[in-house]
Each structure stands twice: as structure tokens, then as C-alpha cells.
Design a protein around this ligand. Structure first.
Ligand code: ATP
Length: 264
């Protein structure tokens, strides 16, 4: 299918991201013109400190942009209040302080907050969405377990289920595979890919898992030297965009295996 305008879930126009302290402005990246199509799995990659978290915070309105525009489904993010934004974008932060004393079900139910009344009473629709999320992430068996009784990988799945219960067209995750072993990293990223295919949601995640992202993602966004470059893995490989990601004294991009390798 052609990626026409109506299938773009999020786009930015000449966006600059960074930090304002009093009158001092630190620009982390500028001239950002992104288009995130429906149903795509997209990784944001870049070396430590390049600006992945800054981008995620800006796109989710948790950090004020320096310049430019962000549109969600063609609506200017500046025109959306917090409640409307939370019906459009769900955010999963790995290091967020969340009470692990909650059961998996209770934590996932928090994803329904934009829809419930102030008492948090769950309607039939809320219960349906929570159970659907448990099933999609394949953690129905963990439903009544306390979050402090489950593994890091299982907890990550609970956080993803909470984001699914929030019922938004766009999910954004900051380093969802942190602290997981290789098998569980692959398991989480394959789960994200499955969710894109089965639910047509767009999922954007920041990651250091370059070799996995190259194998699984529809698009990569590279942050380098205050600029963003995006494209499919093939487009970026063919355009030689990956070869200069790191200083080449330790790691290099091997064109034939299409992966990063240690320099011997
Ligand atoms: N609150 C802040 N005020 C000023 N500068 C900040 C602030 N938070 C982060 N920075 C700076 O912004 C830059 C980008 O940081 P960011 O956390 O977005 O990078 P990152 O790519 O997510 O890094 P990592 O891979 O290490 O998580 C860094 O130079 C960082 O020091």
C-alpha cells in the first residue's frame, strides 16, 4: 500500500528539540521532518546522548519543543489537551516509578485512565480492552500476579499491555529491552512487530539493539550530529548511512552480513 497522507499517524515539520534553561537554549537536533506510517515498527537509534529520549519526550508532549510542529493524525499537538493526547499516544518508560505492589491486571487497568471516571470504575468496554491486551501480549496467566513477583521481561510485557489497553494508534517506548537477555530482547521486539501487524498500530521505540532493529523494523530513525535520517533498513544500508554511526576503531558495519561487528 502506498504511504499516502491519511496513513501517516505522526509527522513533524521543521521540528527542533532540546532544552531551555531560562534564556539559554540547547538544541539537541534540528530540522526534523518525520513521517510515521500506520502499522509500522520504527526504531530510533543513535549513540549515548544523541537525543533519543529527548525526541520521545518531545513527541509525547512531556518536553517543550524548541521550534516547529508535531501533528498526530493531522491534528497539531499544541491544540490537544492532556486527555486528548493520552487517547492518541501511549508512552512506556522503562525506568518510570510504578508501584510493583499492583497485580498485572491492576497495572494494565491504569491504561484505561483516559476513559474512566474519577473513581476509576471499569466499564464492560474497559474490561474488554484490558483482557484483549492481556491476550495480545500473551500474559493472561500473569493476570493476578503482583508485579514484584514477575521477571523483568514479564514486567516489560505488562507495561506494553498497559499501553495497548490505553487504546491509542501510536505507542512510544523508551528502551523497552533494557536489562533483558538476548532471547528476551528478541521476544519483546518480535511481540512489538506482531502488534504492528495484527493491530495496525504504529510503534516507535528507542533502542541500542541495532542488529535486531535492522532485522525487524520497517523504518529506522538515526540521530547523528544533531540531524535525523530515516528510512527502511535497506534504504539506510544502500545510502551508506550506517557506516559512520560509530567511530570505526571498535565496531563497524559489515555490508555483506548487514550487521554491526567488532573490529578484530
Ligand atoms: N534536562 C536536561 N537539560 C539539559 N540537557 C539535557 C537534559 N536531559 C538530557 N540532556 C542532554 O541532552 C542530550 C541528549 O540526551 P538524551 O537522554 O536524549 O540522549 P539518549 O540518546 O536518549 O541517550 P542514551 O542512549 O544514553 O539514553 C545529552 O547531551 C544530555 O546530556
Amino acid at each position: 500500500m502506498r504511504k499516502t497522507e491519511q496513513h501517516i499517524i505522526l509527522r513533524t515539520e521543521n521540528l527542533s528539540i532540546g532544552y531551555k534553561h531560562k534564556k539559554e537554549i540547547t538544541v539537541i537536533a534540528r530540522d526534523i521532518n518525520l513521517k510515521l506510517p500506520e502499522g509500522n515498527l520504527i526504531a530510533v537509534i543513535g549513540v549515548n546522548g544523541s537525543g533519543k529520549t529527548t525526541l520521545i519526550k518531545t513527541l509525547t508532549n512531556n518536553l517543550q519543543k524548541i521550534e516547529g510542529k508535531v501533528f498526530i493524525k493531522n491534528i497539531d499537538l499544541d491544540e490537544l489537551d492532556n486527555l486528548s493526547t493520552s487517547k492518541m499516544i501511549s508512552l512506556v518508560l522503562t525506568n518510570q516509578l510504578i508501584s510493583k505492589n499492583l497485580t498485572a491486571f491492576e497495572l494494565i487497568a491504569l491504561g484505561r485512565q483516559p476513559y474512566t471516571n474519577w473513581l476509576g470504575t471499569l466499564t464492560k468496554e474497559d474490561l474488554y480492552k484490558i483482557n484483549e491486551a492481556l491476550e495480545l501480549v500473551e500474559i493472561s496467566a500473569l493476570r493476578d500476579r503482583k508485579c514484584h513477583e514477575i521477571s523483568d521481561g514479564q514486567f516489560q510485557k505488562v507495561l506494553i499491555a498497559r499501553a495497548l489497553a490505553q487504546d491509542t494508534p501510536l505507542l512510544i517506548l523508551d528502551e523497552p529491552t533494557n536489562h533483558l537477555d538476548l532471547y528476551h530482547k528478541v521476544s519483546i521486539l518480535k511481540l512489538l512487530k506482531k502488534l504492528c501487524v495484527e493491530t495496525h498500530k504504529t510503534i516507535l521505540f528507542a533502542s541500542h539493539e541495532l542488529n535486531l532493529a535492522l532485522q525487524l523494523c520497517d523504518q529506522l530513525i538515526i540521530i547523528k550530529d544533531k540531524k535525523l535520517i530515516s528510512g527502511s533498513p535497506e534504504e539506510l544500508i544502500n545510502g551508506n548511512e550506517l557506516t559512520s554511526l560509530f567511530n570505526d576503531d571498535l565496531v563497524y558495519f559489515n555490508e555483506s552480513s548487514k550487521s554491526f561487528q567488532i573490529k578484530q
